[in-house]
Design a binder for this molecule. Structure first.
Ligand code: SAM
Length: 527
C-alpha cells in the first residue's frame, strides 16, 4: 500500500466521490516517472460521471469489466448511474483488473464501500479484483482455436480509461498481441482490442482514449480487427488538449467512444458530441452521422474521420468526391532518407570544397510556400558529402515539394509545404532530412503549374481542416497521404497558373484561390 494513511469515507458520500478522493490522495504519492510507466493518470470525477452516461443497457442483471481500474472510479460512477437510470437493475457482477499492487488495497476499500452503497439501493453486487496483467491474461483469446469456440467469459459493459504508452516490439505484450500490431505498439489499443472481443452480443464498451488510433499505419491492423468486432455508436471529443486531464498535465487529444457488439448491424448511426473540456460537459453540442460518413470499411486503411461541425462534413464530402490520389496523377510521396544521427559522418556545416557536397534540407529550412537554404543554424548542418556511402541517401536535383512530417502543437497548420526547385540550386543532388516528406513525379518531373497547384492545395485551410478530422496527432505520414484525394489535373493547373502570377503567396491568397477554383461556395463550404 502506498501510504498507511487510510482515507475513511464520509457519511452518505457517494462511492465515486470517495474513489476520487482516494485517487487524488494516491496520485500525489506516485512519482511522475511511475505515472508514465504504468500510464497511471486517474480519471477526475466530473469526467468519470460523464463517461458513465454513455451506457444505455437496461438489463436486470449486468456483468461489468473494468480493466486497468485504478481505484475503481469508473465502476463506481457507472453503477451509480445505472442505479438511477436502469429501473430493472437487480444485480451486478463486477470484475476489476489492476496491475499495480501498491494500489490494490485502496481499490479493495473503495469497492467494498461501493458494495455497501449498492446494498442500500437494493442492488446485489458481486465483485472480483484481479491483481494481474489484463493484456497477458486475455491475449490467448485472440488465438484462432480460442476464437472458433469463443468459450470465454463475456461482459455486458466494459468500461475503461486504459493506460496509454508505447511498448517495444520485443515486450511480452507485443508478442502476445502480434496479430493486431503493425509497427509501434500502444497499450491502449491492446486493451481496446481485447475488450471488443470480450463483449457479449449487444454489449457495449465505453472507453476514454487518445484519438491516435483513428489513422496511421501503426494502428491499421488494430482498426481492421476492432471495426470487425464492434460498431461505433458514440464519439465524444474534448476540443481542448489540456482540459480533460488538467490535474496531471496530460496533453493528449482525448475522446470517449462507445461501441457495441452487433451481429446484424442495422443501426449504423454514430452520435458525435464535443465539449472543450470538463467544464462545459452539461451543455455539449452533438449531431448524428451515418457510420459510412466517418469510416469507409471497404478501404484498406479504415481511417476514422471525426468531423466536429457541418463545414467539416462538407469538406470531407467534397475532397472524397475527387477522383485522383497522388498515384493517379503520376505522383508519389516518400520520407526524407537522411537520418542525422546515423549519417553523422557525411553531414557538414561548412565544407571547404563545396563541389563535393550537396545541400541538406531540414524542417527548419521550410516554411509555407518557401524554402530557405542555407540557413545559419549550428545544430542543422546544411551540407551532405557526396560519396559512395551517401549516394543512396541523395536525390537527383529535380522539382520537388517538401511537406513537413511533424508540426508543433502551436503551429496554426498541420500541413506545411514548400517548393524545392532545381533552377534555384546549382547542384546535382540534394539531401532531404527524415522529418520531411518529399513529393515528386514518378516518370515525369513535376511541371511548375502542377507543382504550384499542389502546393496551394496542400497549404490550404481546406486540406488542413480535412486532415485534422482524422489525424489526431502532429504527424504527417507519407502512407497516409497516398490515400488522400486531390483535385483533378485541370484544377491543379488552374490553381498553379494563378499562383505563379502572384508576387507573394500568402495564406489569404491561397484560401481565396481554393475558394474560387474549387467553387467552395456552391458546396456550402465557408472557411
Ligand atoms: C489511465 S489509468 C486509469 C485508472 C482508472 N481506470 C481511472 O479511470 O481512474 C490506467 C490504470 O491501468 C493500470 N494498468 C497499467 N497496465 C496494466 C495492465 N497491463 N493490466 C492491468 N492494469 C494495468 C495502471 O496501473 C493504472 O492504474
Amino acid at each position: 500500500m502506498l501510504n498507511s494513511i487510510k482515507l475513511e469515507h464520509n457519511i452518505n458520500e457517494i462511492p465515486s466521490h470517495y474513489a476520487d478522493r482516494v485517487g487524488r490522495h494516491i496520485s500525489q504519492l506516485i512519482s511522475d516517472k511511475d505515472k508514465k510507466k504504468h500510464g497511471q493518470f486517474l480519471t477526475p470525477i466530473d469526467i468519470s460521471s460523464f463517461i458513465s452516461t454513455f451506457s444505455i443497457i437496461d438489463k436486470d442483471s449486468i456483468k461489468i469489466l473494468d480493466p486497468g481500474c485504478g481505484v475503481g472510479i469508473l465502476s463506481c460512477s457507472l453503477i451509480e448511474y445505472l442505479s438511477t437510470n436502469n429501473k430493472y437493475l437487480k444485480s451486478v457482477e463486477l470484475i476489476l483488473f489492476e496491475i499495480d499492487k501498491r494500489i490494490i488495497d485502496h481499490l479493495g476499500i473503495v469497492i467494498s464501500y461501493l458494495k455497501e452503497w449498492t446494498n442500500k439501493q437494493k442492488i446485489k453486487l458481486e465483485y472480483k479484483i484481479i491483481n494481474s496483467d489484463y493484456v497477458l491474461n486475455y491475449a490467448p483469446i485472440l488465438e484462432s482455436h480460442q476464437n472458433l469456440f469463443e468459450n470465454f467469459e463475456k461482459f455486458d459493459i466494459i468500461i475503461s480509461n486504459p493506460p496509454y504508452f508505447k511498448l517495444t516490439k520485443t515486450e511480452p505484450h507485443s508478442n502476445a498481441m502480434k496479430s493486431i500490431i503493425n509497427g509501434q505498439p500502444n497499450m491502449y489499443a491492446m486493451f481496446l482490442a481485447l475488450s471488443a472481443k470480450l463483449l457479449k452480443k449487444d454489449g457495449e464498451l465505453i472507453f476514454i482514449i487518445p484519438r491516435s488510433f483513428a489513422s496511421g499505419q501503426y494502428f491499421r491492423l488494430f482498426r481492421e480487427f476492432f471495426f470487425k468486432n464492434v460498431t461505433l455508436s458514440n464519439v465524444h471529443l474534448f476540443n481542448s488538449r489540456k482540459e480533460a486531464f488538467s490535474r496531471d498535465d496530460v496533453l493528449q487529444e482525448n475522446i470517449i467512444i462507445r461501441a457495441i457488439k452487433r451481429n446484424n448491424q442495422t443501426e449504423k448511426k454514430v452520435k458525435i458530441s464535443f465539449s472543450n473540456g470538463s467544464k462545459d460537459l452539461s451543455n455539449f453540442k452533438s449531431f448524428t452521422l451515418n457510420e459510412d460518413e466517418l469510416i469507409d470499411l471497404k478501404t484498406h486503411q479504415k481511417i476514422l474521420h471525426i468531423p466536429t461541425n457541418e463545414t467539416e462534413i462538407k469538406i470531407k464530402e467534397l475532397i472524397e468526391s475527387f477522383k485522383n490520389k497522388f498515384i493517379d496523377l503520376g505522383i508519389n510521396i516518400s520520407t526524407g532518407p537522411v537520418i542525422p544521427f546515423r549519417h553523422k559522418k557525411v553531414i557538414e556545416s561548412n565544407p571547404r570544397l563545396k563541389s563535393d557536397y550537396a545541400p541538406l534540407i531540414w524542417m527548419s529550412n521550410t516554411e509555407k510556400m518557401e524554402l530557405n537554404w542555407p540557413i545559419n543554424n549550428k545544430n542543422k548542418a546544411q551540407y551532405i558529402l557526396i560519396n559512395e556511402d551517401s549516394k543512396s541517401l541523395l536525390l537527383p536535383i529535380k522539382n520537388y515539394i517538401l511537406l513537413r512530417r511533424f508540426s508543433s502543437k502551436d503551429d496554426s497548420s498541420r500541413l506545411i509545404a514548400c517548393p524545392l526547385l532545381k533552377n534555384n540550386f546549382n547542384f546535382d543532388y540534394v539531401g532531404v532530412e527524415n522529418h520531411l516528406n518529399y513529393i515528386y513525379g514518378i516518370d515525369n518531373e513535376l511541371n511548375m503549374k502542377i507543382l504550384f497547384g499542389l502546393l496551394v492545395v496542400l497549404n490550404s485551410k481546406l486540406y488542413d481542416i480535412y486532415f485534422r478530422t482524422f489525424n489526431g496527432n502532429t504527424q504527417v505520414s507519407s502512407t497516409e497521404f497516398r490515400g488522400i484525394k486531390m483535385p483533378d489535373i485541370d484544377k491543379l493547373n488552374k490553381i498553379g497558373t494563378e499562383a505563379l502570377l502572384l508576387k507573394k503567396v500568402t495564406q489569404d491568397k491561397i484560401d481565396l484561390l481554393i475558394d474560387n477554383i474549387l467553387d467552395l461556395k456552391s458546396n456550402k463550404i465557408i472557411l
